[in-house]
Each structure stands twice: as C-alpha cells, then as structure tokens.
Design a protein around this ligand. Sequence first.
Ligand SMILES: Nc1ncnc2c1ncn2[C@@H]1O[C@H](COP(=O)(O)OP(=O)(O)OP(=O)(O)O)[C@@H](O)[C@H]1O
Ligand SMILES: [Mg+2]
Length: 364
Amino acid sequence: MIVDKLFLYQFRNLKNQDIKFSNRLNLIYGNNGEGKTNLLEAIYLLSITKSFRQSNREDFISFQEREASVFADIKDNVSLKNIGISFFRDQGKKLFINHNEEKSLSNFIKNLICICFTPNDLLMIRGASELRRKFLDKHISDYEPIYLNYLLQYKKALKNKTILLHQGASKEQILPWNRILADCGFFIQQKRIEFLQKLEEYAKEIYSQIAPNDDSLNLVLKNNFQNEVSKDALLIKYNNYLSQEIMFKKSLVGIHRDDLLVFLGDKDSKKYASQGQARSIVLSLKLGVLKLLESKLNESLVVLLDDMDSELDDSRREMLITSIFEKTEQVFISGVNKNILDFLKNNEIIKVFNLTCGKVCELC
Ligand SMILES: Nc1ncnc2c1ncn2[C@@H]1O[C@H](COP(=O)(O)OP(=O)(O)OP(=O)(O)O)[C@@H](O)[C@H]1O
Ligand SMILES: [Mg+2]
C-alpha cells in the first residue's frame, strides 16, 4: 500500500496543504520545530487513529481552531481509496472511507498499515510495560483487525469494573464484567501468544544478522495468569481475586497487565541490555513485524523513519535505510539534514520536501 496524496486541514502547525508523495522514498527535512514529526504523525494517525507520541485528540487541532482533518489517497494492489479522520475539539473524532463516515475501527485500520521508527523507541525496552503492550496490541490489530474489537470491549468492561470497585459495589454486581473480561481476555491472550511465536521467528533471525556474536533473542509473554486453556478457566482466575479486589477497591489482575519480555539468551533485556543492544532489539522487533505483516497480507507496508539524523551514525543509518528500503515499497524519512540520502544512487525514486514555518515545499 502507498500513500499517494495527503490532505491536511488545520493539523497542528501544518495548516492546509495537499502533498503528492513518491511511491518509493520521501525525504522530509527542515529545522527543529518546523513540523517534520507532525507530518509523519498525520500519516500514522490514518493507520491506527492514535499517535505514536503521547498525544490526544485536542493536540492535533491547530491552536485557536475547533477542528482538524487528515485525509489521504491510498493505493494498494487492487484499489485506490480515500481515507480520513476529522478531530473536533468538543465532539471526538470521525473516520471516513471514500468520504462516507465509517463507524467500525477494525474496518478503518485495514486500509493503511504503517510501521514507525522513532528515537523514543528505545523506551520500548527500558520503559513501562504499557509501551510493550501498545506495540503488541497495535501490530496484532494490523495482523488481525478483529483483535481490536476484542481489545476495545475488554477495555470498556475493565473501565466499568473499576468504577464499580471504586464505588464499593458487591460481588454480584461485578461478576458479569468478569465474564466479559474472561471471554475477551481469552481471545486476546491466545492471539498475543500466537503472534509472539510468529514474530519471534523473524526477529530472532534479524537480530542474529545485526548482532551475530550475541546470544539469541527470545520473546515471552508474561502474564499474571498462566496461559489458560479456556474462557471458563480464565473466569475462575478472575473470580478468585474478586474478594481482594473489592477489599482494595481496584482491579489487581488480568491480561491488561501482561508484559512482553525480551531475552538475550537467558538475560532479561530490560535489565541487562546495553544501549546498543537495546537499539538492535527494537530494530529486530520492528523489522520482524514488517516481514511478518507483509507475508500475511501479501502487501507492502508504509514505513516512517522519524528524526533519522539524531541518533545513528552515518554507517548505521545507511544500513537501516537500505535494509528497510529493500524490504518495502514506500518509505518516509525525516531529518534536519538534507543530505541523509546522498548515499543512494538512484535519485529518480526520491522526492525531497522542505518544511519551513509549517509549509511543505517539494524541491525540484
Ligand atoms: N496543535 C498545534 N497547533 C499549532 N502548532 C503546534 C500544535 N502542536 C504542536 N505544534 C507545533 O509544532 C512544532 C513541533 O513540530 P514537530 O515536533 O513536528 O517538529 P520537528 O520538525 O519534528 O522538530 P525536531 O527536529 O525538533 O524533531 C512546534 O513548534 C509546536 O509548537
Ligand atoms: Mg521531530
């Protein structure tokens, strides 16, 4: 799939613009604070409706304005579609496919799948478990969009249960929510395990290429409950904790506390991986997802590489860009430096855009 054209309306500092992209490589360069990450964020939003940053709906709308929109023409192997999102300061957001409102999130997210690499990715190894769950949940939803429906249902039930616990509700009032948590939770847990098994195969191989002298990469889903074999077995686990949860007035266990553990040999990377190893692990996981999704969907994905000149030295950056470029079709790269793609010989496939004062201008 390819983002052919992007239409922005009052999106952060980018205001109103139509941009036609290259279907291979797009370089977006500009000084700090000009809006490069905003542009990549706009594309990413069309894939999952959430940002890769800690942002909420209101942040996307230009200061002083009441609404913002991002629309794009997306080409895939079989069709050309227009998809879009509008954000309203007071009324939430609306999704569109071919200018008709789309209510189903799982239908919407099928149309564009992006994998994003940002300098913050290292937090995925070192940071809170929530970041690793987000990584898993996003890409399992890409792999199997129905997963997102179960996840949303689970989150809604958990929210209701939490409110009831807080209000000091009785066991009888909470049990129906545990039933939903167990039903959806069982599905989510199974899908997480299946996905990790598949991802591990790809990520292991990629890691061994990047770091041939290191121990091998292993992925494990850590959960409070052992991998239960049925919804009923999972329900029993949820219900076993209910008295304690009522006492503490909060939810104590469940698949919303799962974590993705990444081991190098038998060492937990969260504690022991060096900075360089952590970076290589993130690359292996993301490149692994890229390969896994492309083989499942038979369709190339869109890759976003933000801030490409901030952390990597020249040779690592070239290696990363070349390997991604070989694996996929359309890539967006942002950076301060206009020359980061000079090592590529074929200029015809590259479009270069300069961003100044929130205006995107294509260089001829
Ligand atoms: N809702 C908004 N309305 C208007 N401007 C906004 C809004 N949200 C963020 N901005 C502006 O966008 C700019 C930041 O954009 P962005 O993070 O994309 O910059 P960048 O080019 O990626 O910078 P860097 O090179 O430092 O990463 C800031 O100047 C910020 O004030
Ligand atoms: Mg940036």
